[in-house]
Write a protein that binds this ligand. Structure first.
Ligand code: HSE
Length: 313
């Protein structure tokens, strides 16, 4: 076994409007680092830097659960360096799980086994969200945009995104627990709404393939099932969306369970104008925030190198 290994895994946007649990995109420049070292005993000991209040109990910690799945009964120390704020809707728990799986696999000389890494990271994600949902884990592991079947994370497909697509992102200073934001969703929905959502996701994917950002932007705002329920968790939601549109964005939506919102721009400048306008609207509504511009990260998880530590949100 090596003395230590460190993995990095990117943040991700998920859902993208009508794609609840089915669509996610890895983000460039923002992610979590996990360093793994061999330790005495047979359990995983976790230390967390850069975030308060996360559980270090190995059963409840996303990184520890992923590590133990890869190396059951092996004594390990994990140092989790958070670049992504927990409870932000940017796939924070998924990134920690993926980075931990990557680091432990490296430590054991078993890197490159994607199926094993995916299984371990899904297990880690379930510790936090209560479900093995893959729409953050898979893009964080593999990079790019990913379509996945809810409940069947082994059924996924990479999607190419238009090269000019950039995201303006605003993360309001609010914490939303994914588990609670899932519990508030309706158990049953109307057939008409479900059919409209399915059509919106189909148009969205078709427009992503053809590079029609105007249609992508329209369709990400057409979720009838999930976002309307969760929008009330983000009091400046309507003002942020209106500001993004006013600034010329193609569309704006909640990422995952929120509170992060993102807008689509046709280049970095357009995304930056949207991000600035969204941040102004958020602060005007009484909430501090962090905003930034990014795009898809086509590579996903990898060995940590210092230049990967660019931003945190
Ligand atoms: N698809 C998940 C959800 C992602 O919306 O609950 C959690 O961030």
């Amino acid at each position: 076994m090596a003395d230590s290994a460190a993995g990095w895994a990117p943040a991700s946007l998920s859902n993208l409007g009508p794609g609840f649990d089915a669509l996610g995109v890895a983000l460039e420049g923002i992610g979590d680092v996990v360093e793994a070292r061999p330790a005495e005993g047979s359990t995983v000991v976790v230390r967390i830097e850069g975030a308060d209040g996360l559980p270090v109990d190995p059963e409840r910690n996303t990184a520890a659960r992923a590590a133990a799945r890869i190396a059951p009964g092996v004594g390990l120390e994990l140092i989790v360096r958070k670049g992504i704020r927990p409870g932000s809707g940017l796939g924070s728990s998924a990134a920690s799980a993926v980075a931990a799986a990557w680091a432990v696999a490296r430590l054991l000389g078993r890197a490159g086994q994607i199926g094993t890494l995916l299984d371990a990271a899904l297990e880690g994600e379930a510790a936090v969200s209560g479900a093995r949902h893959g729409d953050n884990v898979i893009p964080s592991l593999l990079g790019g945009a990913v379509l996945v079947t809810p409940g069947h994370p082994e059924r996924f497909r990479r999607l190419d995104l238009p090269a000019r697509l950039h995201f303006g992102v605003v993360r309001p200073d609010l914490d939303i627990l994914t588990r609670e934001a899932r519990a508030m969703l309706p158990r049953q929905v109307s057939l008409v709404d479900a059919a409209r959502n399915a059509a919106a996701l189909a148009f969205l994917v078709d427009a992503l393939r053809s590079g029609d950002l105007e249609t992508v932007g329209a369709e990400i705002e057409r979720d009838l099932l999930v976002e309307p329920v969760r929008a009330r968790l983000v009091p400046p939601f309507a003002a942020i969306r209106a500001a993004a549109r006013e600034a010329g964005a193609f569309g704006c939506a909640l990422s995952g369970s929120g509170p992060t919102m993102f807008a689509l721009g046709g280049d970095a400048g357009a995304a930056a104008r949207a991000a600035d306008a969204m941040a102004d609207a958020c602060r005007h509504g009484g909430y501090g925030c962090v905003s930034f511009v990014t795009r898809d990260d086509p590579r996903g998880a990898r060995d940590f190198t210092p230049e990967l530590r660019r931003w945190s949100a």
